[in-house]
Ligand binder design. Structure first.
Ligand code: ADP
Ligand code: ZN
Length: 186
């Protein structure tokens, strides 16, 4: 059995979670067993589900790290056909060999995650997974300044932390022209 690695990427608000949820629901309609995980860092809305900004949801298990993901997945692996991972940019690089392992035992692995940080730099393991994926879907959002297709995630305000979670209104989707990279004023 040969599986498949699918990546759904793009900036915030581009519909990555929505698309992941859509694919997982279709897999279930096809009577495939689905397991969905997300890293601990995503505290948006639910701890037991993934959810989109348009409030669609799909059940998911929150895991602290890739090791815990492995611990949870492997005992049920024989009965799972499709594995969904949301906010995958927050997993460390060990998600890459795990995805490769899973595809070699015939699993369909679907990862949704940001391709770039608010500084427009490659985000965590996503670019490397895009390189080895069978299929990459790069979505755009709508620029919140001008309405053009947006590929960037703009952080509003001055926080320098890579991860600011649960802060509504902290991010906007922006096109290339409207995106303003973070400038360290110190
Ligand atoms: P992501 O997972 O990429 O952050 P979601 O799937 O959570 O995206 O949310 C996508 C939904 O967000 C859209 O279907 C739309 O309802 C809503 N939305 C809000 N702002 C925007 C925007 N600027 N561009 C596109 N969609 C937006
Ligand atoms: Zn714009």
């Amino acid at each position: 059995d040969v599986g498949r690695i699918e990546v759904i990427t793009g900036p915030m608000f581009s519909g990555k979670s929505e698309e992941l949820i859509r694919r997982l629901k279709r897999a279930r309609i096809a009577r495939q067993r689905v397991a969905c995980f997300k890293p601990d860092i995503d505290l948006r809305y639910h701890r037991t589900a993934i959810s989109s900004h348009s409030s669609q949801t799909h059940e998911a298990e929150t895991v602290a790290n890739v090791e815990r993901l492995r611990d949870s997945l492997y005992p049920q692996l024989h009965e799972v056909e499709v594995i969904g991972l949301d906010e995958a940019q927050f997993f460390d690089d060990s998600i890459i060999p795990l995805a490769v392992e899973l595809v070699h035992v015939g699993k369909r692995v679907i990862l949704a995650g940001l391709d770039t940080t608010f500084n427009a730099e490659p985000f965590g393991p996503i670019p490397a997974i895009m390189a080895i994926a069978d299929e990459v879907t790069k979505l755009s959002a709508v620029c919140m300044v001008c309405g053009s297709p947006a590929i960037h995630t703009q952080r509003l305000g001055s926080s320098q932390e890579l991860v600011v979670v649960g802060a509504a209104g902290m991010y906007e989707a922006r096109c290339r022209a409207c995106f303003q990279p973070f400038v360290d004023e110190n």
